[in-house]
Design a protein around this ligand. Structure first.
Ligand code: ADP
Ligand code: MG
Length: 225
């Protein structure tokens, strides 16, 4: 099967005062098309660092990352943002919604820079994404009028609206109670099945993992199993 993500022997360190923190130390991993894969590891194991590299939000010191066969380090800034916008959707732990925009407008954001998409098409895509997460009747609400689980569903719709090949989620359930957390994982799984979007998400909560097809364990910046 085709790899959506191919991570080859990647290293990443941070300078912290006078010490160097080795966050990733020669990590390799492939994510295949259509997979629903979880990255599990304790706090500080390198999960966020890895997702940020895969999402082209940061660059590796050494090694190579390919997204649908394209090595990201050869891309210039414009090509990189285009890849990010067209192929990758992001979901964050703290939802990252814009408080002054309503639900519809938050989901619309990634489409507004796509000049080739007409306004009518854009509206259709936003409503489809909202329907997919069960929030079509909340379009005109503001984030602060929603529960945590609903906010995360808005963020999922925003990640989904561009029809990306890959959705990355960094601890998407960490700010939710356990029942809501299960619902969010179930929703992501449903979208993976229905929309054939590849999901790669991380968590430190192993209890959430009963629906997950593939579990990858990370420890001290390398894949453990
Ligand atoms: P996780 O998401 O699994 O908790 P991270 O990828 O955030 O792990 O962090 C991996 C390691 O890198 C940790 O030791 C962390 O303290 C360190 N680290 C992460 N980001 C930075 C940064 N911006 N500056 C310095 N150290 C960092
Ligand atoms: Mg993290």
């Amino acid at each position: 099967m085709e790899n959506v993500v191919d991570i080859k022997n990647v290293f990443k360190s941070y300078q912290l005062g006078s010490t160097e923190v080795h966050a990733l130390r020669g990590l390799s991993l492939q994510i295949r098309k259509g997979e629903f894969a979880a990255l599990i590891g304790s706090s500080g194991s390198g999960k966020t660092t890895l997702l940020n590299l895969v999402g082209c939000l940061d660059e590796a010191d050494k090694g190579e990352i390919l997204i649908e066969g394209v090595p990201v380090k050869n891309l210039n800034e414009n090509e990189r943002s285009e890849l990010r916008n067209k192929k990758i959707g992001f979901i964050f732990q703290s939802f990252n919604l814009i408080p002054v925009l309503n639900v519809f407008e938050n989901v619309e954001i990634p489409l507004t820079i796509r000049k080739e998409i007409s306004e009518e098409d854009r509206k259709k895509k936003v409503m489809t994404a909202l329907k997919d997460v069960g929030l079509e009747s909340f379009a005109s609400q503001r984030p602060d009028q929603l529960s945590g689980g609903q906010r995360q569903r808005v963020a999922i719709a925003r990640a989904l609206v561009t029809e990306p090949s890959l959705i990355l989620a960094d601890e998407p359930t960490a700010n939710l109670d356990s029942k809501t957390a299960h619902h969010i994982i179930d929703l992501m799984f449903e979208l993976n099945q229905k929309r054939h979007v590849t999901f790669f998400f991380c968590t430190h909560d192993e209890k959430l993992m009963n629906r997950v097809q593939r579990i990858v364990k990370i420890k001290d910046g390398v894949i453990e199993s």
